[in-house]
Design a protein around this ligand. Sequence first.
Ligand SMILES: CCCCCC/C=C/C(=O)SCCNC(=O)CCNC(=O)[C@H](O)C(C)(C)COP(=O)(O)OP(=O)(O)OC[C@H]1O[C@@H](n2cnc3c(N)ncnc32)[C@H](O)[C@@H]1OP(=O)(O)O
Length: 411
Amino acid sequence: MAGVVGRLIRCWCRRAVAGRSRSALPSGHPALHPGCCSLKVPALQLHVSKTAMGASQKDFENAMNQVKLLKEDPGNEVKLKLYALYKQATEGPCNTPKPGVFDLINKAKWEAWNALGSLPKETARQNYVDLVSGLSSSSDSSSQAKPEADRKQAEYETVVMTSEDGITKIMLNRPAKKNALTEQMYQEIMLALEAASKDDSTITVLTGNGDYYSSGNDLTNFTNIPPEGVEAKAKNSAILLRNFVGSFIDFPKPLVAVVNGPAVGISVTVLGLFDLVYATDRATFHTPFSHLGQTPEGCSSYTFPKIMGPAKAAEMLIFGKKLTAGEAYAQGLVTEVFPDSTFQKEVWTRLKAYSKLPQNALRISKQIIRSQEKEKLHAVNAKESSILQERWLSSECMNAIMNFFSQKAKL
Ligand SMILES: CCCCCC/C=C/C(=O)SCCNC(=O)CCNC(=O)[C@H](O)C(C)(C)COP(=O)(O)OP(=O)(O)OC[C@H]1O[C@@H](n2cnc3c(N)ncnc32)[C@H](O)[C@@H]1OP(=O)(O)O
């Protein structure tokens, strides 16, 4: 089914990007027209309410025009994201009924929009502008050489993305909150990964700013309950989680975690989807799911037993044992541990050398290794997300989160 949707979306979007339906364009946003698709859906006329734009209306309109000028097809995932961010920025949370199961294109569009949950309009608008600027800079870079300077890519609020020496670095940037992952941060990491997958870099790195790599899911994510209630919140969170982990499963380039400090929860479980995990000897690896009334995610219910054996995986994922960097290395979760004093220097020297290797050979080698299990990983991700959707409604989970905020029950 996904293949069918992919083909229909590619077809639907091709005409939009090629601008063949440009004449149907309302002033502003490109119409997304089904083009040659066998499945006929009305051309999407997106009208922008002036009041929805706010202060960055000019940037927003410029971004919409930039989409029409893109030299390269950014891929259907990105086009669905553009569509979703546009709707969120102009209409707010998804407010239409879910299309029928056979209405493949509109269902894919609806799911993309719905996955943004209660993302504020202003954030959606900014993310739209950032995504387009990332696309424009990468399509420009394919046509002209840029000095090998530190090129700051799209502006995000919770991550910093830079590209230099063939390496795109995505740095989690909420050090005061131990880089806890808010809903906005999940979205921005996905957007940054999408941009990194399309830019001219060879390797992509995820790291943290400050003394923590990441303390995992921001527990305040469970406190902003929308008017639709906790069930809707759990459902939207499960969609967001599945999309987030899916971004790592599908990432096409060598992906490296530079674990600069302690790592908790989902920031640990997705490590099984990275190609290299370099850690400072200060780092620890903690997956306290039972403690929080929750269950494993990030495909760790499958990857961790494969990496470290069922007994060690159970000790981490079921019983919440916190590993030192040395233990994580011994169990195969970490590729190499470095002394904290020389960690950054050693790791970046090594990565700069790796980034000089033939780009396509690196990418194709990764694909050979990862493609054998991609379908399985997506199935595991779907299962884990649906189980967590239930767990988040449990009293065990709600009590654990209240404990954290009332007594600051630290892990
Ligand atoms: C869309 C949903 C997807 C969900 C996917 C499922 C994911 C599951 C997980 O990731 S489970 C793991 C969740 N993480 C935690 O439970 C960690 C909670 N934090 C702590 O236990 C501690 O903060 C610590 C051990 C990480 C660090 O302790 P310490 O060194 O003493 O620092 P502070 O506690 O003072 O932290 C500074 C500041 O940051 C706030 N903070 C830290 N981590 C989180 C967090 N995960 N969520 C929310 N806030 C966090 C902490 O409250 C302090 O804030 P303050 O300065 O008091 O305002």
